[in-house]
Design a protein around this ligand. Structure first.
Ligand code: PMP
Length: 419
């Protein structure tokens, strides 16, 4: 089957190709790698007078910087011979042991050998796609889904198909229907990619009851699940739910990350996979990067051993809870009728749905002029969907900035509705 990678991704940006002298030399898989059309606007959005509800940057200023700097200098002074040397592609065994304790908080019972440390969970997405996906294979994703996962799946020429979600996460009947339909068409589905907790961008969480049903369906159809869980421990209300992997170790690959519970600057994530898959991922990691940075792994290992990391997560959660509440109460108070939004129990994102006829992407330049930025919904779909949606992040701006940002956004939406 011949595959145009652009079929399975958003339309490429029109600029650039004619100016690029190598345009005919790239591999087919590189044709679909295009910069986001809204990237230029985000450069403007980072000006200080703009309230950015766009980026999903964790608020690292809440970290104890003095303690971290001592800890990092200890890595060099006390463990320099290891820290400055090559390491393994599977990752430091002591850190892997510590990661098992972190995963235990979500009901996962794993041993260090089942784990591979990755460069953020983003590298795990890349390695898994590299190992599983041939051009034209289907990757099932929620609708909407995480934008950089779309880019990664598209980079390996997969064909992305979406499954509907509602306020309780992916709809099991829809998952079953899509798998049945695609298999009946003779399509090969490689895995179902899901962000079960505090979804990026939808802000919703897969309910406990649906977790059991999703696992039952995937087992029945012999379908691998890719569970991406960077936000699971950032819960501001309600009960911690068990990871999908906790109840189905044989057909779930689980991805975790220190980017949100510590810092994205260390670039430490991990993948927990059935043994044969884990072995393949280590081989793929060797060819991608030879070895991990021992330096950052040892720093994170020391942090977990010597700092009160569970307390730090509680501090993050208090800070983010206040910001989420500021956003939800501003939306409740100010948004005009006809606009709806999700109410996340954790994580960073609120997903807004605009009235019929409004287009969030068309609205963005106007919003930036009014000094507020958001991410238009279109980037979170492989096809041409999402025009009536936008993602708002509450993680980085202060509560006061969030209230002001929502005020500005509401005035833009109101004037669009009035047209
Ligand atoms: N998955 C999801 C759903 C995310 O939101 C992010 C970060 N924005 C990642 C993966 C990648 O995170 P990292 O590589 O920093 O671990």
């Amino acid at each position: 089957m011949s595959v145009d990678p652009r079929e399975s991704h958003n339309p490429p940006a029109s600029q650039g190709s004619r100016l690029d002298p190598y345009v005919d030399a790239y591999a087919a898989r590189a044709q679909g790698m295009v910069a986001s059309e809204v990237r230029a606007l985000f450069a403007v959005a980072s000006r200080p007078e703009v309230v950015s509800l766009a980026g999903g940057m964790p608020n690292v200023s809440a970290l104890p910087l003095n303690e971290l700097s001592e800890l990092v200098s200890g890595v060099v002074s006390e463990q320099g011979a290891t820290a400055l040397q090559y390491g393994s592609a599977q990752g430091d065994p002591v850190l892997r042991e510590q990661i098992c304790d972190v995963m235990g908080l979500e009901g996962i019972d794993a041993v260090p050998d089942d784990l591979i440390v990755t460069v953020g969970s983003q590298q795990a997405l890349d390695l898994i796609t590299r190992v599983f996906v041939d051009p034209g294979d289907v990757v099932l994703c929620e609708a909407p889904t995480y934008v950089t996962a779309i880019n990664t799946f598209a980079a390996f020429q997969s064909h992305i198909e979406h499954v509907a979600m509602d306020d309780d996460g992916v709809v099991p009947e829809e998952l079953e229907r899509r798998v049945t339909e695609l298999r009946a068409q003779g399509r090969t589905i490689k895995f179902f990619y899901t962000v079960p907790n505090f979804h990026n961008p939808a802000g919703v969480t897969l309910s406990a009851e649906r977790r059991a049903r999703v696992l039952e369906i995937c087992r029945r159809f012999n379908l691998l699940v890719l569970e991406d869980n960077p936000y699971g421990l950032l819960r501001y209300e309600g009960e911690q739910l068990r990871a999908l992997r906790a109840d189905s170790p044989d057909n779930v690959i689980y991805l975790g990350s220190f980017s949100k519970i510590l810092s994205p600057g260390f670039r430490i994530g991990y993948a927990l996979a059935p043994p044969a898959v884990r072995a393949k991922l280590v081989l793929a990691a060797e060819s991608a990067m030879l070895s991990h940075s021992n330096f950052t792994q040892l720093a994170v290992g020391r942090y977990l051993a010597n700092q009160p990391w569970r307390e730090q997560i509680k501090d993050f959660n208090e800070m983010y809870r206040e910001r989420r509440d500021a956003m939800l109460s501003a939306l409740d108070a100010l948004m005009p009728p006809g606009v709806t939004w999700t109410r996340p129990q954790g994580g960073f994102f609120v997903w807004v749905t605009l009235p019929e006829g409004l287009d969030s992407k068309a609205m963005l330049p106007r919003a930036v002029q009014e000094r507020v930025a958001f991410v238009p919904g279109t980037g979170f779909y492989a096809g041409d969907d999402g025009h009536r949606h936008m993602r708002l992040s509450f993680c980085y701006p202060t509560p006061e900035q969030i209230r002001e940002g929502v005020r500005r956004l509401v005035s833009v939406i109101e004037s669009e509705i009035a047209v």
